[in-house]
Ligand binder design. Structure first.
Ligand code: NAD
Length: 416
């Protein structure tokens, strides 16, 4: 174990946990999270999120990860600090809140200064940040701490919730953004060192594609990737809207279009709207970037708008099907394999039903015990189906196979 690098991973969510698990093959890893319950679970060897591979990792790597609530205990001693904290969308401004990332970077530099050190650990930003954020932080830190040497890397993550660890172990690419200023060589050296540490935890390390870009390109690559995925989801949703509205078979149309190898039979399963914690916020942020910079666009705005048009349409269909019967909302998750309710399309559908005066009941067995709700929640499926007249399901599930109620869903392929 001697000679291993020390890494702190800040934020024990999907990105942080998967990053920590991969790095634990080559480094001593400490997870830092302000959520005491998560910290406790990790230290007891339990996975705090729903992800089959991560759960299996926790079973097979008992004690490989330790977690603490205050990173200032470990920052000064770390070789790398990876930041994977939330950057949620501020709905009023239509762009990311970066205050948590900023606060973590300040804590790192303060801890280094307090320890009387001149060199900060390499700071790797894994959170999705606005374009220009990393270089702005680098400038700010060099002004606030003129005697401190700090190297920043931005390394956006492309994993999917539900398969977080599998995706991190088998990445389509590792994208790294480095400063294109006087310290470029140093930053690239650190970037390659970081890649080697990651490779040690990958399934096929020899075949991983590494792409070193400038910071702004790396930041933009993440936003454009997710906006492309949102566009594809929106396209197949509108194809489905078209088919349903005209009484055509959506699946036949979808299959005939997807059979073209240039289009492909993947990521083409319609839903109530694209959701999850990344696609809606990242496409919205990219639109704000175009607007801020005064760059002409019409597609990016259409991708954002299309999702609301789709949800409006779906809510209309549900209302028509329900008549005066209460609607049962089957699950709040946007993906089958994930336990994440954030930004799932059903939240907007529920709001639209409420605004139309329609009663609804939610079935979500994984809703946190004691969690506050503004709606009627049921965890027992039999009670749920007795209480509602029709069911709306963004994604199908086992329980729906035997129900006698009408089920409205657009889930053609029973995939995520
Ligand atoms: P998450 O919400 O699952 O986890 C974030 C964690 O950070 C939480 O456990 C929270 O308690 C913790 N946290 C909050 N404030 C903190 C603080 N001040 N100090 C320490 N910990 C703190 O988030 P996530 O889904 O892993 O996303 C993290 C970042 O990565 C975001 O910017 C997101 O856009 C990006 N990202 C997410 C995914 C994804 O599929 N979820 C994929 C790629 C990139």
């Amino acid at each position: 174990m001697r000679g291993k690098k020390k890494a702190a991973v800040v934020g024990a969510g999907y990105v942080g946990l998967a990053t920590a698990a991969v790095l634990s093959e080559t480094c001593h890893v400490t997870l830092v999270d302000t959520d005491r319950e998560k910290v406790r679970q990790i230290n007891e060897g339990r996975c705090p999120i729903k992800d089959a591979d991560l759960e299996e990792y926790f079973e097979s790597h008992w004690n490989a990860l330790r977690a603490i609530c205050d990173g200032r205990e470990v920052y000064a001693e770390s070789d790398f600090v990876l930041i994977a904290v939330p950057t949620d969308l501020d709905p009023d401004r239509g762009s990311f809140r970066v205050s948590i990332v900023e606060a973590v970077i300040s804590d790192i530099c303060e801890a280094v200064r307090s320890a009387g050190r001149k060199t900060a650990p390499v700071i790797v930003i894994r959170s999705t940040v606005p374009v220009g954020f990393t270089s702005a932080m680098r400038h700010e830190i060099s002004e606030r701490y003129p005697d401190m040497k700090a190297c920043f890397l931005v390394s956006p993550e492309f994993l999917r919730e539900g398969t977080a660890l599998r995706d991190m172990r088998n990445p389509s690419r590792i994208v790294l953004g480095t400063a294109k200023v006087e310290e470029v060589e140093e930053a690239e050296k650190k970037a390659l060192e970081f890649v080697e540490l990651l490779r040690g935890g990958m399934q096929d390390p020899g075949n991983v594609r590494v792409m070193i870009l400038c910071e702004r390109e790396a930041e933009a690559a993440k936003l454009f990737s997710n906006t492309y995925l949102a566009m594809r989801a929106a396209f197949f949703n509108e194809l489905d809207t078209y088919a349903e509205a005209l009484g055509l078979c959506s699946e036949s149309l979808n299959r005939a279009v997807s059979a073209d190898p240039r289009i492909g039979s993947f990521y083409n399963n319609p839903s109530f709207g694209y959701g999850g914690s990344c696609l809606p916020k990242d496409s919205r942020e990219l639109l704000s970037e175009f607007q801020r910079e005064g760059i002409p666009q019409s597609l990016i705005g259409a991708i954002v708008k299309s999702n609301m048009v789709r949800k409006d349409y779906v809510a209309g269909r549900i209302l028509k099907m329900a008549g005066d019967r209460p609607v049962g909302i089957y699950r709040l998750t946007s993906k089958k394999a994930s336990g994440n309710f954030r930004q799932s399309a059903v939240w907007d559908i529920m709001r639209m039903l409420r605004e139309a005066g329609c009663a609804y009941i939610v079935y979500e067995p994984d809703f946190p015990e004691g969690g506050k709700t503004s709606f009627q929640l049921m965890r027992d499926f039999d009670r749920f189906q007795k209480a509602c007249g029709v069911i709306a399901a963004n994604r199908k599930g086992e329980e729906l196979k035997d129900t006698e109620l009408c089920v409205y869903t657009r889930d053609l392929y029973e995939e995520n």
